[in-house]
Design a protein around this ligand. Structure first.
Ligand SMILES: *Cc1c(COP(=O)(O)O)cnc(C)c1O
Length: 413
């Protein structure tokens, strides 16, 4: 007799009904669980994405460089994406399994480019804003790059003077976020890119969260800082289709300003019995459903659809901001874009976050300064908003009175 509490593969398979009813019991409440399923568009878009995902559920993206039915679709997705970020006819790109993989792709290409262009550098260094995504640090670890985080200015954007001062003989690349996740603020991309040109460095823009939202807001007349391939010096951009591109997860893009930069990305070995092994990036087998669903969602929304979604998201942002600011103990931080940072002015926001968790919410947070980051998407509806605000008010009152104490928690991931 085993006494281990660990799960084992069932000796006899469970019934379909038992499986489905078990999962039904544990799944998130759709209203409170809404926020952790970001980023989604309106139900018609989700429905099409899910249908196409199912239809190509077992297709393997590993074939996408070879097999026309898939290669053509993937190329069209990339070309649509490049047109959104103002790429030229010489720009190129690759689909990936998420923002992290897109950032790894950039860091890997940076290392290869530096080996060729800066052969004297033995300990290559990449300068990133303090607020840049932690994936840059993970990637530095994987690829043997030193990631130096540059302090932010008083406006919580990277201090470009400090970045300039940190450039030395080992520096190979500069990074800026458009915008960063914690504060939804743009780093001064044009200034960073100018520094990159001046010092002959690679410049990467992390537009994972904003890349497929900002261009449509610009079309609506919103004034946002410039960050895309129209900025001289920007060589690569990471932008997530599974965020404001509204494509089913996992789906992101790494975009190269010029196809000549993409060569630092590809690794196509042939030193095995199977001959040349050509893949689009880090992954071997990939979810085919995500590739076809991305094509379907982008084709369905079109520019007018993305503009409509962008307008909806900004209207929701304004509505939620007003209502949260009506709660005395909370305050929404001024941002360029999204997610929406909420601070506690009269309450410990970490306690609010922990209490939200006990009610079925999963919302990411930031520690410096303490805030929660609300990922408003086009699928947020009135029920989601009113339930959230009611819970938020009850929790704030409960914490203030000392009736609620669920600990304190502010984490990302
Ligand atoms: C979401 C995000 C990432 C990471 O993307 P994943 O898809 O979670 O791997 C990187 N940078 C920024 C700015 C992001 O918002």
């Amino acid at each position: 007799m085993t006494t281990s509490k660990r799960s084992r593969l069932p000796g006899i398979g469970m019934s379909r009904n038992d499986i489905l009813s078990h999962l039904d019991k544990i799944k998130l409440d759709p209203v409170r669980g809404h926020w952790s399923k970001a980023f989604r568009a309106t139900p018609d878009v989700q429905d099409l994405g899910s249908k196409v995902y199912q239809d190509f559920f077992s297709d393997n993206g590993i074939f996408s460089l070879r097999v026309p039915y898939m290669r053509n679709i993937e190329e069209q997705v990339i070309e649509m994406c490049l047109s959104v970020v103002n790429g030229s006819d010489n720009s190129a790109g690759n689909m990936t399994n998420g923002g992290s993989e897109s950032i790894y792709s950039a860091l890997h290409a940076i290392r290869e480019w530096a080996r060729e262009h800066k052969p004297h550098v033995h300990e290559p260094k990449v300068l990133v804003p303090y607020s840049a995504h932690p994936t840059f640090s993970k990637g530095g670890h994987y690829f043997g790059l030193r990631i130096e985080r540059i302090p932010l200015g008083d406006d919580f954007r990277v201090d470009v003077k400090a970045m300039a001062a940190a450039i030395d003989g080992d520096t190979v690349a500069l990074v800026g976020s458009a915008p960063c996740w914690p504060y939804a603020l743009y780093d001064p991309i044009e200034k960073i890119a100018a520094l990159a040109i001046q010092h002959n460095l690679w410049m990467h823009v992390d537009a994972c969260v904003g890349g497929y939202l900002a261009p449509f807001l610009t079309k609506l007349g919103y004034k946002l800082p410039r960050w895309d391939f129209t900025v001289p010096g920007v060589m690569s951009i990471s932008a997530d289709l599974h965020k404001y591109g509204y494509c089913p997860k996992p789906c992101s893009t790494i975009l190269w300003q010029d196809a000549s930069l993409q060569k630092y990305h590809f690794v196509h070995p042939s030193d095995w019995p199977g001959g040349q092994y050509s893949t689009t990036g880090f992954a071997g087998s990939r979810m085919g459903g995500a590739i076809f669903a991305a094509w379907a969602v982008m084709s369905y929304l079109g520019e007018d659809g993305y503009i409509r979604m962008a307008k909806r998201v900004m209207d929701l942002k304004a509505e939620i901001t007003t209502k949260i600011n009506e709660i005395d103990e909370l305050e929404v931080w001024e941002t360029d874009l999204l997610p929406l940072p909420i601070r506690g002015t009269g309450v410990d926001i970490g306690k609010v976050s922990a209490a939200l968790m006990t009610r079925g919410y999963i919302i990411l947070g930031t520690q410096q300064p303490p805030l929660i980051n609300l990922p408003i998407d086009a699928a947020v509806d009135e029920t989601v908003i009113s339930t959230f605000l009611r819970d938020l008010k009850e929790i704030v009152v409960g914490i203030t009175r000392g009736d609620i104490d669920s600990g304190s928690s502010l984490v990302y991931g």
